[in-house]
Design a protein around this ligand. Structure first.
Ligand code: HEC
Length: 286
């Protein structure tokens, strides 16, 4: 962290991230994806689903990643998730019964705006809701209870794996959805923490750079496609909110709670920005 700070100091003032207030989500999306097309003209669009490994200059990381993918360490967690998904509840029903199409090929629409509750809903929320509806205990206390959170991440990873390859398509057709999107967008561009960094500073301005020599930075495009993901450092599948919390802590900002509305909105914004990319979750990540 000290190293990062030094690096930033050396860098001096950031080039101001182009942050116009665009008219609507569709124009934002165009602008956002064009930003990366211009920054990395040699990277094919679909490749962004594979994280930082496809960026020029990160070949060493790609080599390691390809090697890990031969026997992906997340297979164990994914198998646990599959078992939870398939094991019938005490009432004889199962998770598949709670979802459209038995849960297959639907994750590309998550997170989504729910008119009834006037809130963004994530896959984790719907999985928990399914437990509740069937009289089963939910996964709770996700900030403190790592075991519960990891089980939920494994289950969510399996849910996403049922939609592997489906292209992200987020419905922002209602005004409530757009409002939540705007909240997430604001969070994305806002500077925070002792280091005074916005998400955009690291994952747009500095994407493709290696902070302090050991912190390769991914492009925001494709950010949500691989989650739940497994980092070698963590050695377990984790939720995307856990990743958000880590990114907040890294710049010495107080992380928000797992499942908090602001993280849901942020996830909606980030996912919408990756519209059109195929889902790859679960995957290995740095
Ligand atoms: C100080 C730089 C920094 C800031 C600021 C930062 N991150 Fe990160 N982030 C990282 C690093 C390092 C990683 C791990 C390597 C990578 O994938 O970029 C990471 C990874 C991620 C990933 C996983 C990427 C993938 O391909 O799986 C997501 C998602 C993410 N960050 C979101 C955010 C969001 C949202 C914010 C703002 C709340 C944020 N980050 C702010 C440094 C940062």
């Amino acid at each position: 962290m000290k190293k990062i700070f030094l690096f930033m100091t050396v860098l001096g003032v950031f080039a101001a991230t182009s942050h116009a207030t665009f008219a609507d989500p569709a124009s934002d999306l165009k602008e956002f994806q064009a930003f990366f097309k211009k920054k990395f003209p040699t990277v094919p669009f679909d490749e962004y689903s594979n994280g930082l490994y496809v960026l020029p200059g990160f070949e060493v990381y790609k080599e390691q990643w390809t090697m890990y993918n031969e026997f992906p360490p997340f297979e164990l967690g994914l198998a646990i998730g599959k078992k939870i998904w398939e094991t019938p509840f005490k009432n004889g029903k199962a998770f598949a019964g709670c979802f459209k199409n038995g849960g297959k090929n639907i994750a590309q629409g998550y997170p989504y705006w729910d008119e009834a509750s006037q809130k963004v809903r994530t896959a984790e929320m719907d999985l928990n809701d399914c437990l509740k509806k069937n009289g089963e205990p939910e996964f709770t206390d996700l900030d403190k209870d790592e075991a519960a959170r990891v089980r939920l991440a494994e289950l969510t990873a399996y849910f996403y794996s049922l939609s592997k390859g489906q292209r992200i398509k987020i419905d922002l057709s209602s005004s409530g959805a757009v409002k939540a999107y705007e909240e997430g967008k604001k969070f994305w561009w806002q500077r925070r923490g002792q280091l005074n960094f916005a998400c955009a500073n690291c994952h747009m301005d500095l994407a493709g750079k290696n902070l302090g020599g050991n912190q390769p930075l991914s492009a925001a495009l494709g950010h949500t496609t691989a989650w739940p993901a497994q980092r070698l450092e963590w050695g377990r599948l984790e939720t995307i909110h856990q990743r958000y919390k880590t990114c907040n802590s890294q710049i010495r900002a107080k992380p928000f709670k797992h499942g908090s509305e602001i993280y849901n909105n942020l996830q909606l914004y980030e996912t919408y920005m990756s519209s059109g990319l195929p889902l790859t979750a679960p995957a290995m990540r740095n």
